[in-house]
Unconditional design. Sequence first.
Length: 300
Amino acid sequence: MTTTSAVDLIPAELVEQEERPPSAIRAVLQSTEGRIGLVLGLVVLFVIVFGRFFTPYRPNAIQVGPSATGPSWSHLLGTDALGRDVLSRLLVGGGAIILIPLVAVTIAWVLGLTLGMLGVYKGGVVDALTTRFLDLLLTLPPLLIVLTLIGGAGTSNLVLVASLVLVYTPRMGRIARGATQAVITSEYVQAAQARGERTFAILFREVLPNIISPSVADYALRITYGVIFIATLNFLGLGVQPPKADWGVMIHDHYGFFNIAPVATLAPAAAVALLSISLNLIADALTQHVTQAHREVVPL
C-alpha cells in the first residue's frame, strides 16, 4: 500500500511555475524615469569614483589661486575663501555622501527584512517582540539618535552609519512585515513547510523572492533620504569635518561668500541635487512597478 505525503499534495511543477514578481531591474530599464535616473546616477557615480584622477589641483591645497573668485581658465569653477580650487574639491567630495547612506541602508535593509519576515513567520511572542522593538525605534526622532551617538562617541563615519541604521531599520522592517503577511500563506511556502525545510531556508528561498520588489523600491527611496540626511549633517557640522572635501561641507564653508563667489556654493549643491534626483527617479520607477504588479495580482 502506498502512502501519500503532504508534499505530494502540491505538485512540484505547480509550485515552481507559480508566478513570481517581475524583475525590479527590468522595471527600471523599461521606465522612462528609471532610465533617466540611471543615466544621471551613473554620471554622478563616475565622478565620485574616478573624479580624483582628473583633479587639476590638490583638493586641500590652500592659495592655489586668489581667494573667493569666480570661474576662470585656470580655475573652471573658481576658488573658495581659502583659495582652494572648487573643481578639484568637487571631484573628490562625493564619496562620503553616497558611501555612508549606501552602507547604512544596506545594513538596515538586511536587518529590517530579517526581523520583518521572521516575526510574521514565527508569530506569537516572536512577532510581538520584533514589532515592539521596531515600534520603539520608530518613536525616536532621527536627529535625537544622531545627536546622542555623536555626543557619546564623537563624529566619525562609523557613528553616522550606526545612526542611519537605527533610523531606517524599523521603517524597512515594517515594509518587509507587511509584504511578508501577503505571501506567508502562499502554496510555495506551505510546500516548503511540508518538506520540513528550516525557517531561514523558507524565508530566504521562498518568501524573500516574492517580497523583493517592494523592498528594493523602499531601499532606493531610503538611499535618497540618506543622501539628503548626510548632506544636511555635513552642512550643520555634525558629519564629515573640515578640511576634508565633501559636498555638504563645501556648501557650509562657502554660503557666507555667496555674493562674491556663488559657484563655490552652487556647484556642490547641484551635485547633491543631481544625485538625489537620480535616486528619486529610480525609486519612483520601482514604486510604479510594484503598484502595477499589485493591481495585476489583486483585481480592483
